[in-house]
Design a protein around this ligand. Sequence first.
Ligand code: ADP
Ligand code: MG
Ligand code: MG
Length: 925
Amino acid sequence: MSKKTSTKRASGKSPKSRTSNPKSLKYVYFFGNGKADGNRTMKDLLGGKGAGLAEMTNAGLPVPPGFTISTAVCNIYYKEKQKIPTAIDREIDTHLQTLEKTAGATLGSTENPLLVSVRSGAKFSMPGMMDTILNLGLNDDAVEGLKRRTQNGRFAFDSYRRFIQMFGNVVLEIPKDAFEHEFDSVKKAAGARLDTELDENALREVVQRYKKVVKERAKREFPQDPHVQLKMSRDAVFRSWMNARAIEYRRIYDIPDDIGTAVNVQMMVFGNTGDRSGTGVGFTRNPATGAKEFFGEFLINAQGEDVVSGVRTPQPIRELEKVMPKAYKQLREITTRLERHYKDVQDFEFTIQDERLFMLQTRSGKRTGYAAIFIATDLVAEKLLTPKEAVLLVDPESLNQLLAPGFDPDEWKKIPAATRGLPASPGAASGQVVFSADHAVEWVNQGKQVILVRRETVPDDIHGMFVSQGILTATGGMTSHAAVVGRQMGKPSIVGANALEIDESRREFRVDGKTVKEGDFISFDGLSGEVKIARVGTKPSEILQVLDGTLKPEKSNIYQRFEKLLSWADKIRRLGVYANADLPDQAALAYAFGARGIGLCRTEHMFFGEGRIPIVQRMILAESEADRRKALDELLPLQREDFYGVFKAMRGCPVTIRTIDPPLHEFLPKREDLMVDVARLEATGKKGKELDEKKRLLQRVEQLHEFNPMLGHRGVRLGITYPEITEMQTRAILEAACRLNKEGVKIAPEIMIPLVGLVKELSDQKVIVDRVAADVMKEQGIKIKYLVGTMIEIPRGCIVADQIARDAEFFSFGTNDLTQLTFGFSRDDSGKFLKIYQEKKILEKDPFASIDTEGVGDLVRTGVERGRKTRPDLKIGICGEHGGDAASVHFFHHAGLDYVSASPYRVPVARLAAAQAALSVKVGD
Ligand code: ADP
Ligand code: MG
Ligand code: MG
């Protein structure tokens, strides 16, 4: 599951106010004997591990006693230049004394020594990123005491050598292999295969050697005073919060740096006392598949870290039933109880000491998207959760995993990655490399599977993208053309794979020291961004098979559960969920995914359809209005058919159609290509029609050339300069709508004018739309409802939204352009620097992927507020890429929008996120 956002601590007080008033503040929290100072709600202060230990203690479960030093102390530690104030030291001492009393043992005693673990634990689990030390309290005397008391010298010295090794590594920063080297040589000398085969004497030898390692490497004796050991270990755990891998982990999962880690000091229990002891980890359900089965591993005669470290191969947890049936039964009872208590799958740690079970950790288990759906629906069926709670249990983003085709995981793992790019659209893609859209089509017609590799894609690559298994580009960000179209098509896509050196003319690319030629096989995972130079088999997602009719719903368990969960979400959400879809088949898919409206139908995408480009070019090249109208007349029936198809696919749901938006040169051939053609024709001495035509085209292309097309002659500016285009499009929309209404499907088209920043721009176009609409309705002899509105995507549009709303019957925030124009970042070029911005923490997130709530978001709020001041019933939506981003959907819910519109494949994410947003509101009141 992905990260959370709040960084505020429960008390809401800053560390400063804590230090200035130390008496009233509590930094250390005890747990033991069935009672704890903390509980599960205190993760901010106690960390996840500490809160879990407290909660389990309160529930009467067998948890070794201990205390948690709060995360606030971690921040103080860093503030005070890595020192702990004496007042806090005293508070820790007091709790240590309580622990000694509870345990009936004393730290450093030779009679009955108390041993403790010192465990890291932040609010969010960061597996393996920070450090933990076991068996603290042992020294040369205490180890003899432990031996006497337990009559088990092997155990005592095994514990001691473990402690020196962990302390040496974590606190004194001595590399692990320095210890492992000594351990292996003793093992060899003793002729032992397994660690457990070493006897007391061999382990005494290991301890001697380890102490030498410490002296040589750390230039000091291994500290014998347990109180010194404890302080040093505590500080080392605080330091591990800032180690490189923990920092990197927090960056990836968006966890704030300033929340700090807690330190748990806990009485040791021993899984290494012999064959009646052991340790293990497990899940209450299978985290990969969601199946309701006890899942996990354990080791006999071992301590915690052995299970994960791989020194010995653990046994499946079911085997425990045979070896220690009583402990197993108790473990099952406890973990089942924990699952009921937390109402979620638990990931737990346990240790068995001489057949006595102890619980050491519990937390909600991380799971795949697939498992998440199974678990959520099962828990409702088992009456453990209400549908509302189940909806909150699934991370919306994880639904993407269910839609993507998958690699055979074993095969995939074997191959090393050649490079990584931005994971623009999830899914597994495998095929032969092609470097042009035309080749893609050619090869696919020959029955091949291809991956289109481009420096970047352009709108007229669309046919090639459509037939490819996946799209891989070297430049571009998360909303570059390839990324947007890839997602819309549900094609696995990776963009911005900078390491690719593409030579399109030689039809090859170089990466990772290898050259890949056209026709070579590559594979990539659009979810992780990894690219591999190999062919790997894939299988399509079951859910898609159901949606496109190749699989019966009743044959697919996962589909039924997916649908069930989303139908619960639909009952909860307030936001409508629409889709961005340009063509009838996309609209049909969007409908199947649960979209109940189209928030953005980009008419120009229709211009790229089969055989249309020449007509569009004629329209653009026309010298006179009359010629232009001739070409438009040819386009009219084609557009009408498209609109009819889209309306029909949406079965009467609202459809928002945007008039032409991109600069016209996008429909013309590239200037460089034309220059080459002209030169070639001239060189061969050929004269005549072809050359003249090319020359004329080149001239027009040069005329249309813009230095900054994104800010150039596009959007409403086109409609204003060429009103006949708006006329034709309005006519096509209205005629299609009238026809459908006559056929009995009530539809009310919404005509959307793009890029409006001045109310008069909209007024100009509205006059045309209303006039043509009136004409069409008169001709058709039918009156239908239609709306005229605008895209709000220019900052000025947000600011004068009150004026614009006089003419606009609806707003749709175009947050891609709005983000681009607010930041002044080109969405096609920002890939280059946004990564660095994120690394340097100048920006936390890519604002094109997740809405910038402060800046762009404030413009949205302003637009909503001012627009509704003029027109209280103004319908407001959003149709940028953000419509399918869960965090952004939350924002739009709170901003009071009526709907979000996302790519068809993101519709399920939006449905679930919208429900979660609605529930978060209710929690507050
Ligand atoms: P991590 O977060 O890396 O899992 P933990 O603090 O949970 O680190 O501890 C590492 C291992 O040591 C775990 O297997 C845990 O169960 C075990 N362990 C921690 N504290 C104790 C203890 N007091 N007694 C026995 N085993 C412990
Ligand atoms: Mg743990
Ligand atoms: Mg736009």
